[in-house]
Ligand binder design. Sequence first.
Ligand code: ADP
Length: 334
Amino acid sequence: MTLTLDLHDVKKTYRGKIPALRGVSMQVHPGEVFGLLGPNGAGKSTLVKIMMTVVKPDVVHGTMLGKPIGDKNTLRRVGYLPEHHRFPEYMTGEQVLDYFGALADVPRDVRWKRIPELLELVSMREWATTKVTQYSKGMRQRVGIAQALISDPDLVLLDEPTDGVDPEGRRDIRNVLAELKQRGKSVMVNSHILSELEMVCDRVAIMVQGQVAKQGTIQQLTEGRNQYDIELAQVPQGAIESAHAAAAERGLVPTLSGMTLSFPTSDPVLVQPVIDSLRQSGAVIKTVRQHRPTLEDLFMEAIVDEQGRKRGPGAKRAGVVGEAKPMRHEGGAR
Ligand code: ADP
């Protein structure tokens, strides 16, 4: 099966001194929703712009929809929602779709058939003849997604579709992504809002400072990483030491963070003696829960790894591509 996107060793340095991409490899499979995540400045938009031939890479190997990156004809099969897009203010939603459809060479009769369908898909049908200036940010983004679909593309690239959109609008956009997947489209979505990706993506890549730190299904990235967290309300002297000893007898090495002891196991049987030991030492247990790392945990690990690597013995300060800030995790599925 031909990969939708198969990139190897993509490099880009802006103006000879700002290293935006430092050898990126990435694979997207047909029909999947792929999430590209990373803090601002990680290089996500640069990568998408290289795929769209808007930015010229220093090095690129690989294919998009089976054709070499840079092949203009392939772009006919790709829909694109750029970040921070602006529609001409005098247009209505319907006119936006007609205009971008015409630019994409979609015949007029096909456009006129498709426009109401797409507006329906993004729940904007009743706003079709309202000027875009009257739209909320979420409505503009939804029309932006419809615009990206006007040529019935096989691959849809959405750059920060939920940026600045309120929670209700984000839920609507998530539903649209799920619908696109149903329709067999491959979707690549850039977002710095982790919960967005966690809920809709089949696979994700975590980019940090111009490199892919991790890539795979959330299942793969978190495999073997289940843990039990025991949150304590009161810890008498010696309780932690005896919990450590009880855990060690079962081959577990717990970590303590604040008042929470974490055990790297998904086996409830192994945790029971630790609970017994804690209670015998008079500790008050507040909660016990099984915990799978979230995307946020994976992301923070990737950042810490990157910073640790840079600070390693003799490491020079690498070209800094934006700040590695924690990302927003706004509720949602864990
Ligand atoms: P992201 O989409 O992950 O926020 P970008 O691809 O926008 O990251 O940016 C990656 C890096 O490249 C950043 O340091 C950014 O400042 C820089 N950069 C992006 N576009 C340009 C440009 N046109 N000229 C110079 N530097 C740029």
